[in-house]
Design a protein around this ligand. Structure first.
Ligand SMILES: [Zn+2]
Ligand SMILES: [Zn+2]
Length: 348
């Protein structure tokens, strides 16, 4: 081989591997459902999946979570690790279907494990009672009853003020989960819960997920929170709730209560300006009297009046890949998805 051809080949291989390195995805965040309790034609209940270090970590399980996992072509049997931000119904109402359907329909044998606030044990027991018929009667030699056992670890009630004002101590949070990935470097996957400010939803938590110098922070349901700012400082991604109302709604007494426990676009702008994440994305998008794309636009406009950094309006099945860059991938068309109708397809 002539020298110049050899050098060219080496250069090409090197630049290719450098490119591959810079394209490496350390964490993948899938917004499965981006709504609050509200119903709209294209948003499911709140749920976020984070794929990191070979693990699949699910944060909340709102209405439609199973359907959105299927539509996102995630291996549903492997979604067994769940973290709950709080026990409001819009964060747990998809949990039962995720617990039972993949067990008998798809043959999931791995038991689920759930972290959640005090009250999660009681919720788990209540759910088992509610689905008592299936637990008793669907289990057989093909679908073992013990696979339905569900381990719950309750997060301690916060001792500090969950809505810290200026001068109040910030919560360092509770480290819940620490696992090494199975690469030679053995990077650590760490999940930390920190208290947020959600009135009748308290105790409520936000989450910080770190891996290989990357950080994703989920605000959970909260009004402006200094804890979110602290944990979200320089994060690769902050996924934040937002609430906005149309003119007819904003002054009613009930709406004042609701506005007081979630984050307005202006408050979200303050969080992002202070924390300076590489990317900010809205999910748990609560709109009252601001339907559709116009409502979304209004939220973006109000936020961007003062916050000029990278910002996305979340939509269901949006993917955010985090590596040296943060890349937002719009949901793909799913009209050709194969049915998931049995444990293993007979022709496979
Ligand atoms: Zn909620
Ligand atoms: Zn809530």
């Amino acid at each position: 081989m002539k020298w110049h051809i050899f050098i060219m080949t080496v250069l090409m291989v090197c630049s290719h591997s450098l490119l591959a390195q810079s394209d490496k995805v350390d964490m993948r965040v899938i917004l499965l459902g981006t709504s609050g309790p509200e119903m709209s034609p294209d948003r499911s209940g709140y749920a976020t999946l984070i794929e990191v270090g070979g693990k699949k970590l699910l944060f909340d399980a709102g209405r439609g979570v199973l359907q959105r996992l299927y539509e996102s072509e995630v291996d549903i049997k492997k979604v067994t690790t769940v973290f709950l931000t709080h026990l409001h119904n819009d964060h747990i109402e998809g949990l039962a279907s995720l617990w039972i359907t993949p067990w008998f329909l798809l043959g999931r044998t791995e038991q689920m494990k759930i972290w959640g606030p005090v009250g999660t044990l009681k919720m788990r027991d209540g759910m088992r009672t509610m689905y008592g018929h299936d637990v008793q009667n669907r289990s057989d030699e093909h679908n073992k009853k013990e696979s339905l056992d569900l381990k719950v670890i309750e997060i301690e009630n916060p001792k500090e003020n969950v809505c810290p004002k200026k001068g109040d101590p910030i919560s360092l949070g509770q480290e819940l989960y620490k696992e090494k990935d199975n690469t030679p470097a053995a990077h650590e996957i760490k999940v930390t819960a920190f208290p947020v400010c959600h009135a009748d939803g308290n105790p409520a938590f936000g989450y910080s997920i770190t891996y290989n110098n990357r950080k994703v922070v989920l605000s959970g349901d909260t009004t402006y929170s200094r804890n979110v700012v602290h944990h979200g400082m320089n994060a690769d991604l902050i996924v934040h709730n937002v609430i906005a109302t149309g003119k007819d709604f904003s002054h009613t007494p009930e709406m004042q209560i609701i506005l007081g426990k979630l984050t307005t676009p202006e408050q979200a702008a303050d969080v992002f300006k202070e924390a300076k994440p590489k990317m900010a994305v809205f999910s748990h998008i609560v709109k009252k009297g601001l339907p559709g794309a116009e409502g979304d636009k209004e939220i973006m406009k109000r936020t961007q009046e003062t916050y000029k950094g990278p910002l996305e309006m979340g939509v269901d099945r949006m993917i955010i890949d985090i590596g040296s860059q943060v890349r937002v991938i719009k949901p793909k068309v799913i009209s050709d998805l194969t049915d998931l109708d049995f444990k293993k397809h007979p022709d496979k």
